[in-house]
Design a protein around this ligand. Structure first.
Ligand code: ATP
Length: 199
């Protein structure tokens, strides 16, 4: 079985930035957001089940999933949300583990925004948390997206708190400083993971 590092951190913490540095070291990435889209792409079992349950009204003219329509349905219905999660979570887990088995690097990095919240930490050998303050999260997401401070704060509020994430982390990468400071930190972690993956 392949050694898996689970990378997580709150919105705007720098997961994508850190993951790119690992990939520059030749490490294969498995991104939960990408896998979550793959399991409902046209022709997938996931999309078949969704249209069987909700009807073809949740499809676009092109036959892809209309996320906004689906969101509107589940927004007011906890039981429909529950149904959808029961369908998608196992499909996502299975696809991620299949991607792990097909990977060719000495270890793999699973990038999962809600790693602890969704219990996906049980799939990985080691967890790595990208850590920044909520103030920096707000600042960096504001600079990146055109969303409002209120929307960003509400997303931060739904995610696990900073201290709780830190207490669950095996490793922490501090991203309060400059992007240029990350390279050395990633390199040191990479050496550590290469070593651990050989044990
Ligand atoms: P999300 O959860 O929203 O997908 P993320 O955790 O993947 O975010 P990134 O997209 O990597 O975070 O970083 C958020 C923004 O902050 C990006 O615009 C990125 O370029 C910038 N950023 C990352 N690290 C730093 C840093 N150390 N200093 C300044 N800006 C940074």
């Amino acid at each position: 079985a392949k050694f898996i590092v689970g990378l997580t951190g709150g919105i705007g913490s720098g997961k994508t930035t850190v993951a790119t540095l690992f990939s520059e070291q030749g490490i294969e990435l498995i991104d939960a957001d990408i896998v979550a889209r793959q399991v409902v792409e046209p022709g997938s079992l996931g999309l078949q089940q969704i249209t069987h349950h909700f009807g073809t009204g949740v499809l676009t003219a092109q036959g892809t999933l209309n996320r906004e329509k689906l969101r509107n349905i589940i927004f007011n219905s906890p039981s429909e949300l529950e149904w959808l999660n029961q369908l998608l979570h196992p499909l996502i887990r299975t696809k991620m583990l299949k991607d792990v088995e097909n990977a060719n690097s000495p270890y793999v990095l699973m990038v999962v925004p809600l790693l602890f919240e969704n219990g996906l930490d049980s799939l990985v050998n080691r967890t790595l948390v990208v850590d920044i303050s909520p103030e920096n999260q707000r600042k960096r997401v504001l600079a990146r997206d055109n969303s409002s401070p209120e929307v960003i704060d509400s997303i931060i509020a739904t995610q696990m708190g900073r201290q709780e994430k830190l207490s669950k982390a095996d490793d922490v990468i501090d991203n309060q400083g400059q992007i240029s400071a990350l390279e050395q930190k990633v390199f040191a972690l990479h050496q550590k993971y290469l070593h651990l993956s050989k044990i």
